[in-house]
Design a protein around this ligand. Structure first.
Ligand code: MTE
Length: 320
C-alpha cells in the first residue's frame, strides 16, 4: 500500500526478475505476487519468510464463537511473520523482529469525543469487560492476499455500550500509538502519523466487529497489533487499526490514514468488493498465504448476509 514515487525506490528494493524467479522455487508455500506487484511496496520480494514462532501468553476461558468460519486456519508462523505494520517497517517480514521489544504494559486507552464520560481506561480493565471469544475470520488485505485467523476478543459493541456515547456520535475513530522511539517506521514520513482509522457507528456496533487482543489462544503478538486492535472482517485489512491508544466518538466522518495518503485509491468504507477494482489492480481474486492458486474474492469478504443491509441504497462504487 505504500505509494512510492519512482525516485524514492532504492534499486536494492527492486528484485531483478531472474533472481525473483529463482527465489520463487524456495518460497514457503506460495508466493504472493500479482496484486501487490502493482504498488510500490510490491516491487520487493514478497516471499513468506522462514518463520520464527514467538511464544505468547495463553488466554484463559476462551469461548468458541458461532460467527467463526470453518475454513482452514492459516499457520501461525505465516500470520505472525507476514505483516503490514508501517510503524515498524514497510517490509512484510520486518515487524516480527522490529516489534519484539515493543512495550504493551502499562497501556491506557483514552476514550473521548462525544461520550457521557471521557476517561482513560487501563488495558487490563478493558480486557475484563467481557469474556473472550475465539472468532475465526477471513482477513483480506487490499493488496490481494488473505488469511484465516482465530482472533480472540469480544465485540467492540461491549466496550461502546459501557462508555456511553451520546446520541450525536455517528462515527468512531481509532488512533494508534505515536512513539517513534519504539516504532522506528514513524521516523519516516511514509504515512501521516499516528495511524488513524474510523468506522460508522453502526459498523462499529455490528456483532462481527471485534475488539481483539489475542490470536491462536494467546495474547496478540506485537507485530499483529498488541495489546489491542480492531478486526472488521468484511473490510480490507487496513481498517483494522493496531496498538490502539485512543477511541474517539464524533459526529463527522473521521479521516483515515490511507485515504489521506492516496484518496483516489483508498476510501473510508473499504468494504471488500470484487466488483470495484483498485485503480491500479483488480480486486476480483486473492491469494491465501501458503496457497499457490488464487481464489475469487467474495463480496463483503463472504460476510454479505450479515452486513449488506448496512449499505442498502448506497452506491458502493462511489463509496469505495
Ligand atoms: N495498523 C497500524 N497501526 N499500522 C499499519 O500499518 N496496517 C493495516 C492494518 N492495521 C496497519 C494497521 C493493514 S494494511 C493490514 S492488511 C492489517 O493491519 C494487517 O494485519 P496483520 O499484520 O495482523 O495481518
Amino acid at each position: 500500500m505504500l505509494i512510492k514515487k519512482a525516485e524514492a525506490i532504492r534499486s536494492s528494493e527492486i528484485t531483478p526478475q531472474s533472481l525473483y524467479l529463482n527465489r520463487r522455487k524456495f518460497l514457503h508455500g506460495a508466493a504472493i505476487t500479482g496484486a501487490a506487484a502493482a504498488a510500490g511496496f510490491g516491487l520487493r520480494e514478497v516471499a513468506l519468510p522462514s518463520a520464527t514462532v514467538l511464544a505468547g501468553n495463553k488466554i484463559d476461558g476462551i469461548k468458541k464463537s458461532p460467527l467463526s468460519t470453518t475454513e482452514t486456519v492459516t499457520p501461525y508462523k505465516d500470520v505472525t511473520n507476514y505483516n503490514n505494520y508501517y510503524e515498524f517497517s514497510t517490509d512484510k517480514e520486518g515487524p516480527a523482529t522490529l516489534a519484539k521489544n515493543f512495550r504493551t504494559r502499562p497501556w491506557k486507552v483514552k476514550i473521548d469525543g462525544l461520550v457521557e464520560k471521557k476517561e482513560e481506561l487501563d488495558i487490563d480493565t478493558i480486557l475484563k469487560m467481557a469474556s473472550p471469544e475465539e472468532r475465526i475470520y477471513r482477513h483480506r488485505c487490499v493488496e490481494g492476499w488473505s488469511i484465516v485467523v482465530p482472533w480472540v476478543g469480544f465485540s467492540l459493541s461491549e466496550l461502546i455500550k459501557r462508555v456511553n456515547p451520546t446520541s450525536k456520535a455517528k462515527f468512531v475513530e481509532f488512533t494508534t500509538l505515536l512513539d517513534m522511539t519504539q516504532m522506528p517506521g514513524q521516523q519516516r514520513p511514509v504515512l501521516q502519523w499516528p495511524y488513524v482509522e474510523g468506522l460508522r457507528m453502526d459498523e462499529a456496533m455490528h456483532p462481527l466487529t471485534l475488539l481483539c487482543f489475542g490470536m491462536y489462544g494467546e495474547e496478540l503478538p506485537n507485530q499483529d497489533g498488541a495489546p489491542i486492535r480492531v478486526v472488521v472482517p468484511w473490510k480490507y485489512g487496513f481498517k483494522s487499526a493496531k496498538a490502539i491508544v485512543r477511541i474517539r466518538f464524533t459526529d463527522k466522518q473521521p479521516q483515515n490514514t490511507w485515504n489521506i495518503s492516496a484518496p483516489t485509491e483508498y476510501g473510508f468504507y473499504s468494504n471488500v468488493n470484487p466488483n470495484v477494482d483498485h485503480p491500479r489492480w483488480s480486486q476480483a481474486k486473492e491469494r491465501r498465504l501458503g496457497e499457490f492458486s488464487k481464489r475469487p474474492t467474495l463480496m463483503f469478504n463472504g460476510y454479505g448476509d450479515q452486513v449488506a443491509s448496512l449499505y442498502s441504497g448506497m452506491d458502493l462504487k462511489k463509496n469505495f
